[in-house]
Design a protein around this ligand. Structure first.
Ligand code: ZN
Ligand code: ZN
Length: 263
């Protein structure tokens, strides 16, 4: 008594999708195009338009091809399966026009994939039943969608947090200010404390990305970059010189090591 074997279930399929930071922030639908080989429906996989077969013109009916190669005094002969007839030695007199005699064609399918908000970069989403079709009566395979985050021109993602570089003028760094900074939802007010140093990271709570499969949102981190002006007007130059004189008198700098003391 032979072992009963059911119809073969379909194989899993894999596809990659590029998502933007906006997709991750809001979640939503994304269309992916899937290509996989399937049996040619025109010839049902025979590769022939009619019934008549002729001797394969590429291999002369042997089904194999041999190529000789000389290396020094030795001769190597490589034997490979004929690529045209796939080793059958015969070829349809009139190849199927749909599949050019290959018996298989590439099927293209477009599938809408739901991108969950906050999805991490590099993960694979499993979509049950959207893979390749199985044999009659067997379930289809699953579809695996690889998520790839495109770089954003302003924000850098760090888990649920977003990092933004914020250039500020020297005067704002010294005196402190309040600025409007871009966020994923639009913009938000941020207080820059007086005396802020370049590279200081300030935090806008809850302005980051939604947490994946959890509640709440990450933070937006704002890295302050104090910008030194490269061109100044004569008026500004005069004021900076005046500032320098005042500062030097104030902190009493004289020796080469004095500048490393706290200002
Ligand atoms: Zn065909
Ligand atoms: Zn052949």
């Amino acid at each position: 008594m032979g072992r009963r074997r059911g119809p073969m279930p379909g194989r899993d399929a894999r596809v990659d999708v590029e998502v933007t930071l906006e997709d991750v922030a809001r979640g939503g639908r994304k269309e992916v195009t899937l290509q996989h080989p399937m049996t040619c429906p025109a010839c049902r996989g025979t590769g022939a338009e009619g019934e008549r077969l002729v001797t394969c013109p590429t291999c002369g009916g042997r089904g194999q091809m041999s190529t000789a190669q000389r290396r020094g005094y030795s001769q190597f002969i490589t034997i490979a399966t004929c690529p045209k007839c796939n080793g059958r030695g015969q070829w349809p007199e009139r190849p199927c026009p749909r599949c050019s005699g290959q018996g298989r064609i590439a099927e293209t399918r477009t599938i809408a994939v739901e991108i969950p908000a906050g999805v991490p970069d590099g993960v694979q989403l499993r979509i049950p039943g959207r893979g390749l079709a199985g044999e009659a009566g067997a379930p289809p395979g699953d579809l695996y969608v690889g998520i790839h985050l495109q770089p954003h021109d302003r924000f850098v993602r760090d888990g649920d947090d977003l990092m933004l570089d914020l250039p500020i003028p020297v005067a704002d760094a010294v005196l402190g200010t309040e600025v409007e900074v871009p966020t994923m939802d639009g913009s938000s007010r941020l207080r820059i404390p007086a005396g802020v140093q370049s590279e200081t990271v300030l935090r806008l709570r809850g302005k980051g990305l939604p947490r994946f499969q959890a509640h709440g949102r990450g933070d937006q981190l704002v890295r302050v970059r104090v910008v030194t002006p490269t061109q100044v007007s004569s008026e500004e130059r005069r004021l900076f010189e005046q500032l320098r004189r005042l500062r030097d008198e104030d902190v009493g700098r004289r020796g080469p090591f004095d500048r490393f003391r706290n200002p």
